[in-house]
Design a protein around this ligand. Structure first.
Ligand code: PGA
Length: 242
């Protein structure tokens, strides 16, 4: 499975370094073999640990250049960062990134061979129109995106579930994930109000390959507890598959 923590605009450089170190030690000592990644804010980017990868929350589609306020590939290369988050709901809805720009970033970092965690998700008014409308909305977020890219990880994050404490029902996550899986065979994470109390039941779902966690992962011990849940679920999921 894949467990990813998105710090957003939280934690500074020193706190991120301590977090990554604690997390890395936890993973090593517990023989974790799931993928574990963290996405710190730009000012706290650092090289990853033995087990933990560090990714960027955003990056401009260029090697370098005149793009005030943006990080480009050169700034990621300095820390050997090879993973980037693209299309997060806060970039789409708070910052106002359009699908066209998102697709440009995707194409650039795909060409560079980066691992891309590509986020999709619907706002509440779309969800209220029902599953067909929801899936149609997601289709528009696939525009310009190579859903067969071998470095792609998809994260389904309903906008209304992010940072609100609300989550879809488990049955609904399962339904939407199985529909997304008809479009891409790449790993599919669920995100939106995942926390240590509900991670296990979400990770246990058949079509969930991992989680993308925001506020629920800001305390490193909470994120470690979710990683332990994932580890303990392996046997269970294998049994369900066979
Ligand atoms: P949340 O955020 O866990 O705080 O809801 C998830 C995300 O935005 O990736």
């Amino acid at each position: 499975m894949i467990l990813a923590a998105n710090f957003k605009s939280n934690l500074n450089r020193a706190k991120t370094a301590a977090y990554v170190q604690t997390l890395d030690t936890f993973c090593t000592q517990n023989g974790v073999d799931d993928r574990v990644m963290v996405f710190p804010p730009a000012s706290a980017l650092c090289v990853g640990g033995l087990h933990v990868s560090v990714g960027a929350q955003n990056a401009f589609a260029a090697k370098n250049g005149a793009f005030t306020g943006e990080l480009a590939q050169d700034q990621l290369d300095e820390f050997n960062i090879r993973t980037v988050l693209i299309g997060h709901s806060e970039r789409r809805h708070v910052i106002g990134e359009r699908q066209e720009l998102i697709a440009e970033k995707f194409a650039y970092y795909q060409k560079q061979g980066f691992e891309i965690v590509y986020c999709i998700g619907e706002p509440l008014e779309v969800r209220e129109e029902g599953n067909d409308a929801l899936l149609e909305y997601l289709e528009a977020q696939y525009e310009g995106i190579d859903l067969h890219y071998s470095g792609l990880i998809v994260a389904y994050e309903p906008v209304w579930a992010i940072g609100t404490g609300l989550t879809p029902t488990l049955a609904n996550i399962e339904l939407i994930h199985s529909a997304i899986k008809e479009r891409t065979s790449r790993p599919l994470l669920y995100g939106g109000s995942v926390k240590k109390e509900n991670a296990r039941e979400i990770l246990a779902l058949e079509h969930v390959d991992g989680v993308l966690v925001g506020s629920g992962a800001l305390e490193v011990n909470h994120f470690c507890s979710m990683i332990a849940d994932a580890k303990s679920l392996h046997v269970h999921k294998e049994r369900v598959k066979s």
